[in-house]
Design a protein around this ligand. Sequence first.
Ligand code: 5AD
Ligand code: SF4
Length: 458
Amino acid sequence: MKKAFIKSYGCQMNVYDSGRMADVVAEQGYSETATAEDADLIILNTCHIREKAAEKVYSELGRLRALKRDRAEAGIDTTIVVAGCVAQAEGREIIRRAPVVDAVVGPGSYHRLPDLIEQAQARRKGVDAEFDQVEKFAALPRPDASRIRSRGVSAFVTVQEGCDKFCSFCVVPYTRGGELSRPVAAVLDEARAVLEAGVREITLIGQNVNAYHGEGPDGRTWSLGDLIRAVADLPGVARIRYTTSHPRDMSDDLVAAHAEIPSLMPYLHLPVQAGADRVLKAMNRRHTADEYRRLIESIRAARPDIALSSDFIVGFPGETDSEFEDTLRIAAEIGFASSFSFKYSPRPGTPAADIGDQVPETLKSERLQRLQAQLEHDRQAFNRATVGQVLEVLVEKEGRHPGQLNGKTPYLQQVQVTGAAAQPGELVTVRVTGTAPNSLFAEAVEPMRAGSPLVAAA
Ligand code: 5AD
Ligand code: SF4
């Protein structure tokens, strides 16, 4: 049997897409392998969000050139495909720069991957970078639910793709196209299939997931809040999450869902990016720092224990010392449970790349270090605050030591549990006993009684 190796870079959307590509090429007779060395087909599912991410792809292609040559000397063909956002952004340029590549396919065209592979194997290199999302979702094979379950008790389900926000630093609207929501029925169908296969946690994903506005079975347009309520009613679902959200699309209805739906986890990734209004405006984020603060207040009013997470960019063109201090201040004020922070990276074709007034690299590094120290402090503080709490943990796998289980808290903290006998996919009630740098320790306790304040709040 032929083998395919698919490597994902970047975001969760790419992880999901890689799975869908695995299903597509399975129909052509490829089974998945975990190493490039024994693969007849190699797909790099690339990320273009920052320059470093894109450069990684070219260095990987350099390594694959040697691999392909060695295999060719042994008389075996290797087909190399570049997919994802670099494929979309650079198209044929990739084949020019790295002739080892046989085909290039953008995120809107994965349903045509089999044709491209066949052409490539007939020595006709192809590039497909059309935006055909509607057609794509209709044409892709149904996700193989058992493959998804074999990867764990959590699954991603894509509900929308693309973005209409046009933040001035971001390539997404160009590499993923405009915002497109999948119909409710298609999303629920997919969710039902993975739940039937034993998945317990569903993360609804999209580049701008809370902008979701899909066609409902009742002919109405459904919001993300409506969709979450319907997913919560599916048999077998223990936990629901969603990511990534934009502050402007955080509707009252979605905030209310956090108060009303027990299976909607108290965790929200809501990037603020920066803390100074001038920078937020130049980023075209369409909200001020105070609007963000007020939004967080209303979310915390609905769900007081919610864990918040954010993305930050330091060194946006023209960012002054005092504007950077504003970013530090908003981070400290809100106290994020987890964060991602980056140096601004000019992306060709985006408006911010033409602003000029770039912040020097050394200053960007200095600011990033200071911000990361703050964010790490806040993350540890959040983790310490859960010590002593009684929480439910979704068991993912056996722990490192006998009698230990690994899983996640509602706040997405990795936790090692002792004293419980449970299978992956089960919920166990634990008391958190301590923290390690990247996880918590906990011991199993008797399940919480229905009607106890903790159960009511969760
Ligand atoms: N430079 C640095 N970081 C960026 N991000 C997006 N574009 C850029 C860029 N040009 C970050 C944002 C976004 C996250 C996914 O990546 O913080 O939320
Ligand atoms: Fe990019 Fe902004 Fe859209 Fe997020 S909301 S994908 S940062 S344009």
